[in-house]
Ligand binder design. Structure first.
Ligand code: GUN
Length: 292
């Protein structure tokens, strides 16, 4: 029988834990943690993500601010905003929502974020620390995956984990974290040039799918009893829905779920944990900031 890794319920529980901690802090006379976000341009999905992050921040009692900049913003102007955020003692952590407009070099921007405020864990310093197993900010989506596996008590040691996708934000850090002490998986990373990708997937005890292709993973490539983590988020038109669309993942759930031991639904699986991980990183940044 398949069991659901209920990210929505877990996110509510962790948000409650964070809210309680923030309440104790503010009742003791301390300021609330402050998470800021920068968004450049009008990308619809990015606007939704930032709105959700802002809403969740406020729900747990954080101070939240959003810097909205037009599509025409130059790299120099964005760097000025980042310098301001780096130096503002009231801000504990911030994110620069990706993707950025084509005329702005994403890596230049990421490199300019202060590692102490990099709650997305995207800067080379934090990635380096993560790979070395040092204390750091871990990128939110892989951190959410780890939280789900840990809190549900999924056995990972010695298991073969296949990660589909090698992005800097999800696939690469997820593969790194799951191979390290604590998770102890044997990890294979698959990508667009992988030969025998289907055979690789069929060997996975734990399959992490972050390939960005709607319903790419079908039942024939999933080992019976596998744990399947679906990171995909795609909107598809659906006239029967009030808003005109529904959200699907990288996994064809109607045929895959029945043969899994555990599976993350879409929506309500990894997504809610991603936002919660960002809140956890912000609380961590706050504690470090306050103890300086
Ligand atoms: N774009 C897609 N996912 C993310 C994320 O986790 N952080 C930021 N900053 N941008 C994103």
């Amino acid at each position: 029988m398949v069991q659901i890794l209920d990210g929505k319920a877990m996110a509510l529980q962790i948000k409650d834990e964070i809210a309680n901690e923030v309440r104790s802090l503010t009742q003791a006379g301390h300021r609330a943690p402050h998470l800021a976000a920068v968004i450049v341009g009008e990308d619809g999905a990015s606007k939704t993500y930032v709105a959700n992050k802002e809403k969740s921040s406020r729900e747990v009692g954080f101070t939240s601010s959003v810097y909205r900049m037009p599509e025409s913003t130059t790299e120099a102007q964005l760097l000025e905003t980042i310098a301001f955020l780096n130096n503002d003692p009231d801000i504990d952590g911030y994110i620069v929502q990706l993707p950025l407009p084509k005329h702005i070099n994403e890596q230049t921007i990421i490199n300019s974020i202060s590692p102490d405020k990099d709650v997305d864990g995207f800067t080379p310093i934090n990635i380096g620390r993560m790979v070395l197993g040092e204390d750091c900010f871990v990128p939110a989506t892989p951190m959410g995956i780890c939280t789900l596996l840990k809190r549900y008590g999924i056995e990972t040691a010695g298991k073969h984990c296949v990660v589909l996708g090698r992005s800097n934000i999800v696939g690469t850090p997820a593969a790194n974290l799951l191979s390290r002490k604590g998770f102890d998986c044997t990890v294979t990373i698959c990508h667009s040039k992988t030969q025998n990708l289907k055979e690789m997937c069929r060997q996975a005890d734990i399959l992490v799918v972050a390939i960005g292709k709607p319903e790419f993973v079908t039942a024939d490539i999933v080992k019976p009893g596998a744990v399947v983590i679906d990171v995909g988020i795609h909107r598809v038109e659906d006239a029967s829905k009030k808003n005109g669309y529904r959200v699907i993942g990288d996994v064809k759930h109607d045929e895959v779920d029945a043969q899994c031991s555990w599976v993350t639904p879409v929506p309500g699986g990894v997504g809610p944990l991603t936002i919660v991980s960002l809140l956890e990183n912000t609380l961590k940044a706050y504690r470090k900031h306050e103890s300086r």
